[in-house]
Write a protein that binds this ligand. Structure first.
Ligand SMILES: Nc1ncnc2c1ncn2[C@@H]1O[C@H](COP(=O)(O)OP(=O)(O)OP(=O)(O)O)[C@@H](O)[C@H]1O
Ligand SMILES: [Mg+2]
Length: 261
């Protein structure tokens, strides 16, 4: 069964239609890459999936549960949406770490906040804290940052900061991890280290949506590729098919522009 089903999502800002009838689905353990030119609606789509934007039309289902249905106001209360956000992890282009906290604290923070809302928090505080601490350490270790846990964001390179941001997103064990151009703010020599950890996550069958301009990465790491243009999905399918034998003229033109550099 699909872990994510997106059906007929439409979104307009004022009168400009930015997403026009977007539908796709994602199986558990799959990685999807989304490519497309600037302004095609990729970020807006991720923001809709994370409920940072409210779609005008359409349905979003996770694990068979309808999280959002534009036609059903009962799915749209703020309290409900806050909880539903936890299904998705989001890693942005700019890392948005809290400057006043260490790498370890940045990874622990969201889970601590959630835990503190649990009824048994006071009674089990020490135990819960230790658990969260251990998990954050394990995640930073996975990101190759075991020796930088006590560093503050300004003491870390862009690539290191982005890996902390990935650990932070993973800490809440989201069903689906979303990346919005995770390397485009990085110097070229730091891009590789971030792509490497994302590739490792894909190898471990982490369910992911990756918006990227790294075409080789989009082709090689994903199980499925979506090409967007002007708010529509022009073409989607097996990455090798989309990249090597695109069916649509618009896909061919986009790829030709990219390979020319
Ligand atoms: N909050 C907003 N208000 C008005 N227009 C918006 C808003 N957010 C995005 N847009 C417009 O929606 C369109 C799609 O933007 P979006 O950021 O989704 O594109 P993108 O595919 O992520 O582009 P890029 O590759 O440059 O990141 C653009 O024309 C943009 O100007
Ligand atoms: Mg964008």
């Amino acid at each position: 069964m699909a872990i994510l089903e997106v059906e007929h999502i439409c979104k307009a800002f004022s009168r400009m239609e930015v997403l026009k009838d977007i539908s796709f689905s994602l199986e558990k353990g799959q990685a999807v890459s989304i490519i497309g030119s600037s302004g095609s609606g990729k970020t807006t789509l991720l923001r809709c999936l994370n409920f940072l934007e409210r779609p005008d039309k359409g349905i979003i289902r996770v694990g068979g549960e309808t999280l959002f249905d534009a036609g059903d106001p009962s799915t749209q209360s703020e309290a409900a949406i806050r909880k539903k956000r936890l299904h998705f992890g989001l890693v942005f282009q700019s890392f948005n770490l809290f400057p006043q906290y260490t790498a370890l604290e940045n990874v622990m923070l969201a889970r601590e906040l959630l835990a503190s809302e649990q009824p048994d928090y006071k009674a089990r505080k020490k135990e819960i804290q230790e658990e969260i601490h251990a998990q954050a350490g394990e995640l930073l270790n996975q990101m190759g940052l075991s020796n930088r846990m006590g560093s503050y964001p300004h003491q870390l390179s862009g690539g290191q900061q982005q890996r902390v941001a990935i650990a932070r997103a993973l800490a809440l064990t989201p069903d689906i991890l979303c990346f919005d151009e995770p390397t485009s703010a990085l110097d070229p020599e730091l891009t590789g280290e971030v792509l490497k950890v994302i590739k490792e996550l894909a190898d471990k069958k982490t369910t992911m949506i990756i918006v990227t301009h790294e075409m080789a990465f989009a082709r090689d790491v994903a199980d499925h590729t979506i090409f967007m243009d002007d708010g529509v999905i022009v073409e989607q399918g097996d990455p090798r098919q989309v990249f090597e034998e695109p069916k649509e003229e618009r896909t061919k033109q986009f790829l030709a522009r990219f390979t020319q550099g």
